[in-house]
Design a protein around this ligand. Structure first.
Ligand code: NI
Length: 276
């Protein structure tokens, strides 16, 4: 009697596509649908950059979390050959709404957005959704969205449902990135509008360098509640950080460290070897 493959059999995992010549080659936005169909014959993985559009202190760019998540995602894509979707540039930033320019999704909205992204991708056969995140405020909601997406994929009977897995990779929490930030900035790294994330934006967008200036000592990092409370505790938007320490060459180094760490993490995820 023949053993027919079933959904519970571990599917053979083809190796990932391998390094791309440049980041255009791995941008989903630049692919046609037959190209995506063809890609799915060999690889079921996809990278989703997730950012936020929120204040980053008096000198940092509003787009910091989206710019950094997308840059790390494109570099991980280039190193591994795994497709990268357009960035989801709006995140859960309710506590930053006391500052002009911040645009926030409520947790329930972000949950619905991430859920729908995963379900769209799973419908076409993507089974490994690797979200590269640039904002701490997105973490709890993204994990809730993954749980909801698994339930929906199963309830809708999607073919990919039994094998669907999502992983949240926070580039700023990768061990080599945190170690380098400690080395460069010590306790002046702080917790929001950090010199490490600002350094990455200076590397990516040189026009931002002209905003850099010395700042008063920041309010110390502490708890996060609502937007009014946040502005009272952290009057200029920083939490214990000194972004004036940021340099573009630090940003280049942090980008390389983040991309190396997350590429390893992605390859383990695609091979079903990931921890946690
Ligand atoms: Ni940030």
């Amino acid at each position: 009697m023949h053993a027919h493959p079933t959904a519970s059999d571990p599917a053979p995992r083809p190796p990932p596509p391998g390094p791309a010549a440049n980041s255009d080659a791995i941008r989903l936005q630049l692919r046609s649908w037959p190209e995506v169909d063809g890609y799915l014959q060999g690889c079921k993985g996809v990278i989703v950059p997730l950012g936020s559009t929120e204040q980053h202190g008096p000198t940092g760019a509003i787009g910091t979390d989206a710019l950094t998540a997308e840059a790390v995602a494109l570099e991980v894509g280039r190193r591994t050959g795994v497709l990268v979707t357009p960035a989801q540039a709006f995140g859960m930033a309710e506590h930053h709404l006391g500052f002009a320019g911040t645009i926030s999704l409520q947790p329930s909205t972000l949950l619905a957005v991430m859920h729908d992204l995963v379900l769209s991708l799973a419908r076409h056969g993507f089974e490994r959704i690797f979200v590269i995140n640039g904002h701490g405020g997105n973490i709890a909601t993204s994990k809730a969205a993954f749980a909801q997406a698994y339930a929906s994929a199963s309830a809708r009977g999607l073919a990919a449902a039994p094998r669907l897995r999502c992983r949240l990779a926070n580039w700023f929490m990768a061990a080599p990135v945190m170690q380098k930030a400690r080395e460069l900035y010590g306790d002046r790294e702080g917790q929001h509008a950090t010199p490490s994330e600002i350094a990455l934006t200076l590397h990516l967008e040189p026009s931002l360098i002209s905003k850099q200036r010395p700042l008063e000592p920041p309010a110390p990092a502490g708890p996060i509640h609502g937007p009014e409370d946040f502005r009272l505790r952290y009057p200029d938007g920083r939490m214990g950080s000194d972004p004036f320490l940021a340099q573009p060459d630090h940003g280049a180094e942090l980008l390389a460290l983040a991309a190396a760490a997350l590429s390893d993490d992605l390859l383990r995820f695609l091979a079903d070897e990931e921890a946690g």
